[in-house]
Structure formats: C-alpha cells, structure tokens
Design a protein around this ligand. Structure first.
Ligand SMILES: [Zn+2]
Ligand SMILES: [Zn+2]
Length: 362
C-alpha cells in the first residue's frame, strides 16, 4: 500500500510502498477513506516535538473495516469507523474511573517480539506507528478499541475531523472545562481545534464566546460557527480587549494554539474563579509563567488530553450532533487532496489558509 513516510524532522514526507501485517486476535484492518491533516503532525515534521523515524504520521481518520482478528466481537468487515487515538484497555484504574483517554495499559499495543505492524516495502525496515494509528496510509492496522463503529449515514470526510480536532476542541469545552450555560468564554486560535472549542462553548450554552486570532478570514469563520465577538490580536491586546468586552474577564479561556505566551494570556483574561484550559501542544521545554497573585482569586489553569474523551461515547455523540445540525463540520473542511498533497497541506495550514485539509484515499 501507499503511505506518507516520515524520515525525520525538517524533511518533507515521502510517498512510498509500505507493507502492513495481518491483524492479531484483537486487531482490525481499516481501509482509510479520509484523513485530516492536523497541526500535531506538523509539530513532528517541524521538530517541535520528537518522534522516532521512520514512521507513518497521521492520526485523524475515518474508514471502513476490511478484516478483523479472531477475538474481535464488536466490529465486522464493512463497518464504518472513526479512528480513536485514545486507544484504551477498558480494565485499568484510569479506564475504570471514567478516564479512558488516560489509559496506562500497554496491552493494546504489540509486545516486543511480535512482528511490526508496518514495514518499508523497499528494505523491510519496521516503521513506527504514530499515535497507534498512522493514518497517512491506505490502510491502518488498529487495536479494536482504536476504531469506533459509527452510523453509515455519516459522511466519512466529516467523520475524520471528529477523530482528533473536533474530539479535542469540543471535548475541552464539554468534558474538561465543563462550560456552564450562560457563562462567558474566550478561545485563542481559530484553526480546526479552536473552531471546535468555540462550537463546544456554543453547544454548552455559553452566552458570550470571544474568538481571538490574527487572521481575518478565520475570525469570520469563527463567527459563523458560534463566536459572538472576534478580536484580532495583531491589532489589539487580546487580554485588555477580552476584559473590556466582558466587563472584567471570562469564566473560561482556552489556548487552542499551544504557545507559552498564549497560555499566559488565556489565564490573564479570566475573571475571579475562572478556568483556563491549555489544549494546544506547547513546544517541548517551554515553561509557562503566571501571575502568582491570581491564584488568590481562585483562577485555575489545567491541561486536557484529547478533550478528556470517553472514546466511543463521545465519538458517537459528536456524530449525532453533526447529523442533527448542532455541530458544524462542512464549514471546517476547507480543502480535499490526495495523499501526494500532504506536504502542501502542511504549508497551507501553517499559512493560515485552511481550517482543515482532508486527504481522500478514493
Ligand atoms: Zn491532531
Ligand atoms: Zn486502560
């Protein structure tokens, strides 16, 4: 099969022939139909985060089950699935206390000594599987808990977005921050994840949602998707502007970019008792510095892992939200391309031209 291979930071992904293994007892092979191109993939290509090479990146995908291992009971060939990068065991303490996104078990992964899932066809060299998925490939070999069966009437390019960006942004508002009806919120960054966080605040019933970005077209889209106000932080000081718009600060703030200064700004624009949630991936080694006296006003800051998701529960809810018209995804798919277009998709994302490019495999 064809896959986009990562040979190390600062080099474009290269399209190569890759061999995929047969599924073991609790694994499934999924034919990839659509894979979103997410900023986290770009972080590894840009060297801001490190991942072993060679590997196949991509972690936001939907597809159709092709083959299942002998012990798989919940999936069969032909099922439409969304890839769940929070693969969970279902039996560890984290899983059993309602936090499957923080699963600590290794039993969902192949053990040392078992054959590699992916190899380069040219040399036979094993490839690392990125986030247990590796979706920049025509097929994915997944643990059964990394594939969630969804309704057949859900379009798979829209479904792909739920796999990472939407689950992360929507979940940050609904699960991690637990935004209350009638509250106020500020979202820094109006890319794929930020737009999903804005929609999460809208769905939760926030009365005022302030989108902050430096690109006018992204702020326009944010307003279409639920922002009540927009702040261009290339023109205005976002903290001062948010305080002014809300007469003192917001109940919830989200850093959907992942920069230490943005996390600090998110914290600084809270009212007393407010909570900032850092969603974006702050580059390795960076430290966030906060005003110490703010803690006396019960201001809080927290992280989120994949929107504190409960895998299959949230994925199927978000599919229903889309099909009921509550969650808007059509507006978030800016472009489609084929696998060869992956490097161009990274460029367009970093230039702020797209909310999401979705790679289509057929
Ligand atoms: Zn992602
Ligand atoms: Zn677990």
């Amino acid at each position: 099969m064809k896959a986009a291979v990562f040979h190390g930071a600062h080099q474009p992904l290269s399209i190569e022939d890759v061999e995929i293994d047969r599924p073991l007892a609790r694994e499934v092979v999924v034919r990839t139909v659509a894979s979103g191109v997410c900023r986290s993939d770009a972080h590894y290509v840009d060297g801001l985060y490190h991942y072993p090479a060679p590997s196949v990146l991509g972690h936001e995908a939907a597809g159709i089950v092709e083959e299942v291992g002998e012990l798989v009971r919940g999936l069969q060939p032909g099922d439409h699935v969304i890839a769940n990068l929070s693969v969970f065991c279902g039996s560890c303490e984290r899983c059993l206390t309602g936090h499957p996104n923080l699963c600590e078990s290794q039993e969902t992964r192949r053990a040392p000594g078992e054959p590699p899932k992916l190899r380069l066809a040219s040399t036979g060299e094993p490839l690392h599987q990125f986030f247990d998925l590796s979706s920049f490939a025509e097929r994915m070999l997944l643990h059964e808990n990394a594939a969630v069966k969804i309704r057949d009437d859900m379009p798979l390019d829209r479904a792909a977005l739920i796999s990472c960006g939407v689950m992360t942004g929507l979940g940050a508002a609904l699960n991690t921050a637990r935004v209350e009806p009638g509250s106020t919120a500020a979202v820094f960054g109006a890319g794929g994840v930020g737009l999903a966080a804005i929609q999460g605040c809208r769905i939760a019933g926030a009365r005022q949602i302030i989108a902050i970005d430096v690109i006018e077209s992204k702020l326009e889209l944010a307003k279409e998707l639920g922002a009540t106000d927009a702040v261009d932080s290339s023109q205005d000081d976002p903290v001062a502007r948010v305080r002014e718009l809300t007469a003192g600060g917001v109940d919830y703030a989200f850093d959907a970019i992942g920069l230490k200064d943005v996390s600090r700004q998110a914290f600084d624009c809270l009212r007393a008792g407010g909570t900032a949630t850092v969603i974006g991936m702050i580059p390795e080694g960076d430290k966030v510095e906060l005003d110490g006296t703010s803690f006396l006003m019960e201001k809080k800051i927290q992280g989120t892992d994949m929107g504190s998701n409960r895998g299959p529960v949230d994925i199927r809810r978000y599919v229903d939200f889309y099909l009921q018209g509550m969650l808007k995804l059509d507006e978030m798919v800016t472009r489609h391309c084929n696998l060869e277009g992956v490097n161009e998709a990274f460029r367009a994302m970093k230039a702020g031209e797209v909310a999401r490019t979705v790679i289509m495999f057929e």
